[in-house]
Design a protein around this ligand. Structure first.
Ligand SMILES: Cc1ncc(COP(=O)(O)O)c(C=O)c1O
Length: 364
């Protein structure tokens, strides 16, 4: 049609999300389908969230609070930071874009792991930036090599910890070793979308680092452990001056009323969060045990998913799991052919997955 589309947009692909349950039911004529593909919370959300949503069910016609006042207060209280340090958006996905909008000029470089959350790459490229992709080390981020790749054109370095899709972490000691080598004009993103699931005691405390590193941005989300993925609410913690710049770009009503109220209620329910953590831990140990018995390699995870090696063609395993009513994330879409990422589900879901996987692999 001769549209004058920017070259950066012409080059972008559309994000391929995990297959929705209804689509699989429709396409395969299945009645029961479970989704272990997008690292959603199999326990749903806190009952307190449902109450909070019921309370505002008649308020759909009202714009939400553009300043996210109460939500920022609640987050800051929980984390021990000041409300001016908190910024909120439509999922941390949208905040990744905001960060790129703020810093990336055409030709600027941004460093990320070769296998990590794909939205960093898309957002950098949208701004005309150049992605510097660093090979993995033992399925995790090679943060030393990432930092060594910094040049005078580098604007942003993306540390996804735990890393999606491998579930691996880098430790406080490893981070401490490289932080001093990062110039103050390079923005360090600590994407901690899965922090609530972390069990490793050596996981770095990024909030403690913030006062010393005003170039650090900590990103978190309500989509995972809090179980609010559909409401789209993410947040970040930064030096307050940087937060002011981000807030110039974030749309005034990006976090809708339901998301704001739900997130506040979710923060108040520690018991639910503990249940989520314990359920995930139990599921993780069960899956480790079964994968060990099946002699299938996997990456040790600190998140609510496991990246495992099928040792066969992951496309075939994915298709056959689909037919059994189980949606997972095939590794070929994530840059790891042969592997598969599976969200840790409820006990029943995990058993169903393992049973189906055993049956499929026995015939291959
Ligand atoms: C590492 C990581 N960061 C950010 C996000 C974005 O989450 P949301 O936009 O739902 O907050 C995800 C979602 O899967 C993720 O895995």
């Amino acid at each position: 049609m001769g549209y004058a589309i920017r070259a950066e947009v012409l080059d972008l692909g559309v994000y391929k999300a995990g297959k929705p349950i209804d689509e699989v039911k429709r396409e395969l004529g299945l009645e029961e389908v479970i989704k272990l593909a997008s690292n959603e919370n199999p326990l749903g959300c806190s009952p307190k969230v449902k109450e909070a949503l019921n309370d505002i069910i008649n308020e759909t016609h009202m714009y939400p609070d553009a300043s996210n006042f109460e939500l920022k207060e609640a987050i800051s209280k929980k984390l021990g930071v000041s409300p001016e340090q908190v910024f909120c958006g439509t999922g941390s996905d949208s905040l990744i874009r905001v960060i790129c909008n703020t810093f990336i000029n055409p030709g600027d470089e941004s460093i990320m792991a070769e296998i990590t959350f794909p939205r960093y790459e898309a957002s950098v490229k949208l701004m005309g930036g150049k992605v510097i992709s660093i090979p993995m080390k033992d399925n995790g981020l090679d943060i030393e090599a990432m930092v060594d790749a910094i040049t005078e054109r580098t604007k942003i370095i993306w540390f996804c910890n735990p890393n999606n899709p491998t579930g691996t972490i880098f430790t406080k000691q490893e981070l401490d070793k490289v932080l001093g080598k990062i110039p103050p004009n390079v923005v360090i993103i600590m994407d901690e979308a899965y922090i609530e699931y972390v069990t490793d005691k050596n996981f770095p405390n990024s909030l403690e680092l913030l006062p010393k590193y005003p170039n650090m941005v900590v990103l978190r989300t309500f989509s995972k452990a809090y179980g609010l993925a559909s409401l789209r609410c993410g947040y970040g913690i930064v030096h307050k001056e940087l937060g002011e710049y981000f807030n110039r770009i974030i749309g005034p009503f990006d976090v809708n009323l339901f998301a704001q109220k739900a997130a506040i209620a979710a923060l108040e329910d520690e018991a639910f969060l503990n249940l989520v953590f314990e359920t995930n831990l139990k599921g993780r140990e069960y899956l480790y045990g079964e994968l060990d018995k099946m002699k299938l390699p996997y990456a040790k995870t600190n998140a609510n998913f496991i990246m495992m090696n099928t040792l066969v063609d992951d496309k075939i395993v994915f298709d056959r799991l689909l037919k059994a009513g189980i949606i997972v994330r095939p590794g070929h879409l994530l840059g790891m052919p042969g592997w598969m990422r599976v969200t840790i589900g409820t006990e029943v879901q995990n058993h169903k997955f393992i049973k189906a996987l055993k049956e499929i692999l026995a015939t291959m």
